[in-house]
Write a protein that binds this ligand. Structure first.
Ligand code: ATP
Ligand code: MG
Length: 422
């Protein structure tokens, strides 16, 4: 594939200052360095990138010597995290080599681990994610036909989709995420490969599955993402419990999955303000819980509700690796809905307002109102109550993030050089 240098709309000022500083310093010391991956794609689409990654000819140790605030992470593949303002991380990785093919020696040395811009581009997942931006020359470099796919708005794997999905089944979920978020079509062979290889997802590492599911839910395009999962029959593998829920009519009182996903999308569009994970995953569990409660004869005693909610959640949490802390919030969000309905005394409701996940409980009640899942009188009672007991701002719990930082050294969104496969 020829390299294409193009007229593009990227202005240096669109690029994060710290990322520019990293690129310039690498150039100054004679290394090749490019902006790569999602940031180039997003800039070309006129979207605000979430993070800025750099690929360079400098080896990890060389990068470390150039930047004062820098640390190396990753075990199999070392890469550098250069720290910018406010704890921001510019992930700076040395160009990767082509993966060794079967006949090659197994021993990995530094010489066969690192490669060229071309080999690095070919290890990436989709053509639109493999564009390089050369800041010094203000040029986009395209080794894989990504520019054309961006123009046509199609998602295409680099190389054979069946092979690329077998190498790393999580790429199937990433395909859905990008198609939903960017409103791109899926190239025919990619679509067929998902249908044939979807069972491979069972082999994927659960923390990565969880991370991609999280990102599907928090994109402002969760509804579209779940429709695609359903259409591509990935839901059958990941969440068979929910297969068929999306197709139900909007006025079906027990199954508001589609409208709840819409409510999530309209509320959490800002990629810098991710909602608490427990609140997002409650959207998936609530319809299942409601369906279970609805199928039981007679009212559910309060004492049994928690056990019922846990029974709904348990197989899903195991399959998708939902962290304990997220499960706790999720269960409290579900319980909170029922507690509000049940409360007979002010005292009980005041207890609800002191719940550590009160903000999520209220946000969920509001989303249910928007989704037409709450009787108008109950919705009014909620708003009277929250006028009096204003919830604190919603924020994503930081515990998990902090732990990850000190562990595998991952940045925002939980990316980890060690775990991510290319
Ligand atoms: P987002 O906006 O969600 O961060 P992104 O494209 O930046 O999207 P990341 O997960 O941050 O995605 O990864 C950065 C880049 O690394 C991608 O653009 C892609 O080139 C490459 N990459 C990430 N995951 C994989 C994978 N599983 N296989 C191959 N390449 C990958
Ligand atoms: Mg990214």
């Amino acid at each position: 594939m020829p390299i294409r240098l193009t007229e593009h709309g990227i202005r240096p000022s669109d690029i994060d200052r710290d990322a520019r500083r990293v690129l310039s310093r690498l150039y100054d010391f004679g290394f090749q360095a490019y902006l790569v991956g999602g940031s180039v794609r997003d800039l070309l689409l006129d979207r605000t990138p979430k993070d800025f990654d750099v690929a360079t000819s400098a080896r990890p140790n060389e990068v470390r010597r150039l930047f004062r605030r820098c640390r190396l992470i990753g075990r199999r593949f070392r890469l550098a995290h250069v720290l910018g303002e406010g704890g921001k991380i510019i992930e700076t990785a040395t160009f990767r080599a082509k993966p060794p093919s079967d006949g090659d020696v197994l021993l990995i040395t530094d010489d066969n681990k690192f490669g060229t811009p071309d080999s690095d581009a070919h290890r990436r997942d989709f053509t639109i994610n493999a564009l390089f931006f050369d800041l010094a020359r203000s040029e986009v470099i395209d080794y894989v036909g990504g520019l054309e796919d961006l123009e046509r708005r199609v998602l295409r794997t680099i190389g054979e989709p069946v092979v690329r999905f077998r190498e790393d089944p999580v790429r199937m979920l990433r395909a859905v995420k990008f198609a939903a978020r960017l409103d791109f079509g899926l190239e025919g062979a990619l679509r067929r490969a998902i249908l044939s290889e979807r069972g491979e997802l069972k082999k994927a590492a659960v923390p990565r599955l969880y991370e991609e599911m999280r990102r599907l839910l928090w994109n402002g395009s969760a509804r579209r993402g779940f429709e695609l999962l359903d259409e591509l029959r990935l839901l059958e593998v990941l969440l068979p419990e929910l297969s068929g829920f999306l197709g139900r009519p909007a006025d079906d009182p027990w199954h508001p999955l589609g409208p709840l996903l819409d409510a999530l999308d309209s509320r959490f569009e800002d990629p810098d303000q991710p909602p608490p994970d427990g609140l997002m995953f409650a959207v998936l569990m609530w319809p299942l819980f409601q369906a279970l409660v609805g199928a039981l004869e007679g009212p559910v005693p309060a004492a049994d509700e928690r056990a019922l909610a846990e029974a709904v959640l348990e197989p899903v949490a195991r399959r998708l690796g939902v962290p304990r802390r997220t499960q706790e919030t999720l269960l409290r969000v579900i319980e909170g809905q029922r507690r509000f309905r049940r409360a007979k005394h002010d005292r009980q409701l005041r207890g609800l307002a002191r719940d550590p996940d009160y903000a999520s409980i209220v946000a969920f009640a509001e989303m249910r109102t928007e989704a037409g899942d709450l009787d108008p009188e109950v919705a009014d009672a909620w708003s009277d109550f929250t006028d009096e007991h204003e919830p604190p701002p919603l924020e994503r719990k930081r515990g998990r993030r902090r732990r990850r930082r000190s562990g595998k050294g991952s940045g925002r969104g939980g990316r980890s050089g060690g775990r991510r496969r290319r």
